[in-house]
Design a protein around this ligand. Structure first.
Ligand SMILES: [Zn+2]
Length: 302
C-alpha cells in the first residue's frame, strides 16, 4: 500500500476513535447529592444544578449538546419525580446553554437581558430554526425572585466578571448559592473580555455575592464548596487584577507579565478539561487576559 493511503487510513481511524470517544463522553453524566433537594449533574460542560420544589424541578444550566439537555431533563424528572418548571441560563456560553433544545418547547427559561443579547449577537448560528424556541423567554436586568411551592429562588446579576451578563442563583431556604462561571473552583477561569467580562470588576462582583445568606457554593466548574472556597477564588482574582493594573502603569510588555511571579493565590489550580481535552484555560491565559484588559488590547464584540 502506498504511504499516502496508509496515512489517510490512519487519519480516518483517528477520527472514528475521536467521534466514538466524544459520543461516549457526551452521554456520560454523574450526579452528586448536595442535600435532599439539591443535586449537581456533571458531564462535558459546565455544572448543572437541580433543585426539587413542591411545584416541580428547577434546573440551572444545560451543558453543551442537545442530547445532554434531554438526559439532564430526564435525570431532573427522575431525581424529583416532577416535571421541569424552570430552566435558568447563568450566562451565554455554549457549555451552559446548548443543551436548552433538549428541554420541552414552552419551558420557562430565564436569563439576564445581556445574556439573551449575547446569545443572539455572538452565537446566532446555533439558535436558528427549532433551537430558537428554547432561547431564554423571560429576562431581567438586576434581580428576580421566584416562589415554587416551598422554595424561594433569587436570581441576581451581581456585576461584571466572567461576562457582563452572568447571574447567580440563591436557594434561600437551603442556603445554597449557584455561582455559574463567576466561580471556577480550583480552576483557571475563562475571562470573556469581548462579552464585557472584566478581571478588574470581578473581585467587587464577588463582594456583592458575599452579602447573600448562604453556606454551600456550587461553582460553574469544579467541586462544590463553601464561602471560604469562594473567598479563596476572590483572592486569586484580586491578585490577577493588581498584576494587570501594575503592568499598565509600568507599560510592562505582555511577555514579562506572562512570567509574573506575583500570582501566588493560584496554588493547586488546574486547567479545565473538556472530555479529557485541555481548553487552554491556564495560568498564562488568565495573566494575558488581565494584561489585555488593563492595557486596552481587546475589542468588545457586543
Ligand atoms: Zn462560561
Amino acid at each position: 500500500m502506498k504511504f499516502w493511503k496508509k496515512c489517510i487510513i490512519a487519519l480516518l481511524l483517528l477520527i472514528v476513535i475521536f467521534v466514538v470517544y466524544v459520543l461516549l463522553n457526551v452521554r456520560s453524566l454523574t450526579v452528586e447529592t448536595v442535600s435532599e433537594d439539591i443535586h449537581v449533574i456533571r458531564g462535558m460542560g459546565g455544572n448543572t444544578t437541580v433543585l426539587n420544589t413542591d411545584a416541580g424541578a428547577v434546573v440551572i444550566d444545560s451543558m453543551t449538546f442537545k442530547i445532554q439537555g434531554s438526559l439532564i431533563r430526564e435525570k431532573a424528572e427522575e431525581l424529583t419525580g416532577k416535571e421541569v418548571v424552570l430552566l435558568v441560563n447563568t450566562h451565554y456560553h455554549l457549555d451552559h446553554t446548548h443543551g436548552n433544545p433538549g428541554f420541552k418547547p414552552g419551558t420557562q427559561i430565564v436569563s439576564t437581558e445581556r445574556t439573551l443579547s449575547h446569545l443572539k449577537a455572538l452565537d446566532a448560528d446555533n439558535w436558528q430554526g427549532d433551537a430558537a424556541k428554547l432561547l431564554p423567554n423571560d429576562t431581567f436586568t438586576d434581580r428576580r425572585q421566584f416562589k415554587f411551592g416551598n422554595k424561594t429562588i433569587t436570581l441576581i446579576h451581581p456585576g461584571r466578571g466572567h461576562t457582563d451578563g452572568d447571574l447567580v442563583v440563591l436557594f434561600e431556604e437551603d442556603k445554597t448559592l449557584v455561582m455559574g462561571d463567576l466561580f471556577f473552583n480550583q480552576h483557571y477561569p475563562n475571562i470573556d473580555l469581548e462579552a464585557g467580562g472584566s478581571v478588574q470588576a470581578w473581585p467587587a462582583t464577588i463582594d456583592k455575592v458575599l452579602e447573600l445568606g448562604f453556606d454551600t457554593v456550587i461553582p460553574g466548574h469544579g467541586d462544590t464548596t463553601n464561602r471560604a472556597g469562594l473567598v479563596g477564588f476572590q483572592r486569586m482574582m484580586k491578585q490577577l487584577a493588581e498584576i494587570g493594573s501594575l503592568a499598565a502603569s509600568n507599560t510592562t510588555p505582555l511577555s514579562d507579565t506572562l512570567n509574573s511571579s506575583a500570582l501566588t493565590e493560584d496554588a493547586g489550580y488546574q486547567p479545565i478539561k473538556f472530555g479529557g481535552i485541555s481548553l487552554g484555560l491556564n495560568r498564562e491565559f488568565v495573566l494575558q487576559r488581565s494584561w489585555e484588559e488593563s492595557t486596552g488590547n481587546f475589542e468588545l464584540k457586543n
